[in-house]
Design a binder for this molecule. Structure first.
Ligand SMILES: *Cc1c(COP(=O)(O)O)cnc(C)c1O
Length: 224
């Protein structure tokens, strides 16, 4: 079933859109199954969970880990040596810490700015105004261990597709404005991470380049 879902989703992806298989709360065995089906890109949202999986699966060639959940600054050091992309760059303080740990690890870590565009209060992230103020500040330009690579957003948790579309559209407009203003000559700023199991078709319509899908591939999460 995991293999079938992966094939079903990837067959529908337009050129330039990649699937992040969100394996949080699923065992390493489920990741092996997805890997056998050709999936290489996996998303996890807890530092204490990604670390043992990374170690258990280190023999799998080409496996790439993305961090997608809120990242506490004191946990950055555990994932800095190997994480391929942090989707959840949600504060200047976190980006500064990722910079520090990346330098210690002798790396540059690609990070997305996580935008808060949903109506719920609880989600982390910059509002579009805060994110633009951060870019305007120029602070990020001294973070040589961080490569800003685009924007991540989650839509409001609702059945109203117009609300979802509007949230994604705001994220896309921010992404385009930021790219034109600060990254016109930087082709690494290219990712728009949006879309989960229930809304990824809309996200792709609105320009997503990375969809993050858990439940549709792996089923209900197995432990919490
Ligand atoms: C869990 C999670 C997902 C995947 O959600 P599903 O609804 O299971 O597809 C995507 N993005 C983030 C940030 C998540 O925490």
């Amino acid at each position: 079933m995991i293999a079938e879902e992966i094939q079903r989703i990837t067959a529908q992806l337009p050129h330039g859109v990649r699937l992040v298989a969100v394996s949080k709360y699923h065992p390493a065995e489920a990741i092996r199954e997805a890997y056998a089906a050709g999936q290489r890109l996996f998303g996890e949202s807890h530092a204490q969970e990604i670390q043992p999986k990374h170690e258990a699966l280190s023999g799998l060639e080409g496996l790439e880990w993305h961090f997608i959940g809120h990242l506490q600054t004191n946990k950055v050091k555990y994932i800095a040596p190997y994480v391929g992309l942090v989707h959840s760059g949600d504060s200047p303080r976190l980006l500064a810490e990722i910079n520090k740990q990346a330098q210690k690890a002798g790396r540059t870590i690609p990070c997305l700015l996580q935008l808060h565009v949903a109506q719920e209060e609880t989600k982390f992230g910059f509002t579009p105004d805060e994110a633009m103020a951060y870019l305007d500040s120029g602070e990020w330009q001294s973070l040589t261990g961080v490569q800003l690579a685009g924007v991540m957003a989650m839509a409001t948790n609702t059945d109203d597709t117009e609300v979802i579309r509007n949230d994604f559209s705001r994220a896309r407009r921010f992404f385009e404005t930021a790219r034109n203003r600060y990254f016109a000559n930087d082709e690494a700023f290219k990712e728009l991470s949006m879309g989960m199991s229930d809304d990824w078709h809309i996200a792709i319509d609105e320009g997503s380049t990375l969809i993050r899908i858990g439940t549709q591939i792996f089923g209900q999460r197995q432990y919490t």
